[in-house]
Write a protein that binds this ligand. Structure first.
Ligand code: SF4
Ligand code: FES
Length: 229
C-alpha cells in the first residue's frame, strides 16, 4: 500500500491509484467534469486541481496524478480554490446556460464571468470522444480544430462511416450537448452532427442491437462495460 497525506488525513491506497481515486475512496470531495471511472484519465477540465505541498508546491490534476509514498496533498487550499473558481468562471463564459455549470458556479460562489463568449453546449471535456475510442472501440468522433474553434466532430464534419450509432457518446456527455434520437427503426439521428445512422453491431463487445433498443438498454450495456473494466 502507498501512504500519503490528504488534508491532514493519512490515507493508504493500492499502487496505481490516482489522487482522485484516493480522495473518492476516502470521502474527500473533489469536483470533476472530464473524469469517468470507465475511462482513462484525461486531465482536460482542470476542475479537479489539488495542491502538492512541499518545497515546490504546485497544482496538479488529481484525476491524472498518481499517488506516491509520502505525498502531502491539499484539496481545499487557497490556491486550489482560486484556481477552481477561475476554471468555473471560464466555463461560465461560454456555458452559463448549462445546469451543470450553474450548479458548479453556485457551489463555488462564482457569480459572473469576466468575459462572455459565444454560447456553447459543449465544455470540451472529451468524454464522448474517449468513450467512443476506449469503450466502443470505434473512434467515430474526435476533438477537431484549435483554440476558440475547438469542437467535437466527425471527420470532415460529415457522417462518419465508422459510427455504429450506439449512443455511448450521448450517454456519457455531462451537458446534453449530444442529442441522439431514434428516427426509424433501427436508425438514429445524431442532431449535433446532423447525421442519420443505422445501428450496427459493436465490433468490440459483439453487442447486436435489437431493432429498437431503449435508452435503458444502452445504460445497462455501459454499466456492464464499466463493471468489466
Ligand atoms: S459533447 Fe459532451 S461529452 Fe463531448 S466533449 Fe462536449 S461536453 Fe464533453
Ligand atoms: S477531472 Fe481532472 S482534469 Fe477534469
Amino acid at each position: 500500500m502507498i501512504r500519503l497525506t490528504m488534508d491532514d488525513r493519512t490515507l493508504a491506497v493500492p499502487p496505481g491509484y490516482t489522487l482522485l481515486q484516493a480522495a473518492r475512496e476516502n470521502d474527500i470531495p473533489i469536483p470533476t467534469l472530464c473524469a469517468h471511472e470507465a475511462l482513462l484519465p484525461y486531465g482536460a477540465c482542470r476542475l479537479c486541481l489539488v495542491e502538492l505541498v512541499g518545497a515546490r508546491s504546485r497544482l496538479v490534476a488529481s484525476c491524472a496524478y498518481p499517488c506516491e509514498e509520502g505525498l502531502k496533498v491539499r484539496t481545499n487550499s487557497d490556491a486550489v480554490i482560486a484556481a477552481r473558481r477561475t476554471v468555473i468562471e471560464l466555463l461560465l463564459a461560454t456555458s452559463a446556460h448549462l445546469p451543470i455549470v450553474r450548479a458548479l458556479a453556485a457551489e463555488w460562489g462564482v457569480r459572473s464571468p469576466y468575459v462572455t463568449l459565444e454560447t456553447n453546449d459543449c465544455v470540451l471535456c472529451g468524454l464522448c470522444v474517449r468513450a467512443c475510442h476506449e469503450i466502443v472501440g470505434v473512434g467515430a468522433i474526435s476533438l477537431t480544430r484549435r483554440g476558440m474553434a475547438r469542437a467535437v466532430g466527425t471527420p470532415f464534419q460529415i457522417s462518419s462511416a465508422d459510427c455504429i450509432e450506439c449512443g455511448t457518446c450521448a450517454l456519457v456527455c455531462p451537458t446534453g450537448a449530444i442529442r441522439v434520437e431514434d428516427v426509424t427503426r433501427p436508425a438514429r439521428r445524431a442532431h449535433v452532427w446532423q447525421s442519420d445512422y443505422a445501428r450496427r453491431a459493436c465490433r468490440l463487445c459483439e453487442y447486436e442491437p435489437p431493432a429498437m433498443a431503449s435508452a435503458d438498454d444502452d445504460r445497462e450495456l455501459l454499466g456492464n462495460v464499466k463493471r468489466e473494466a
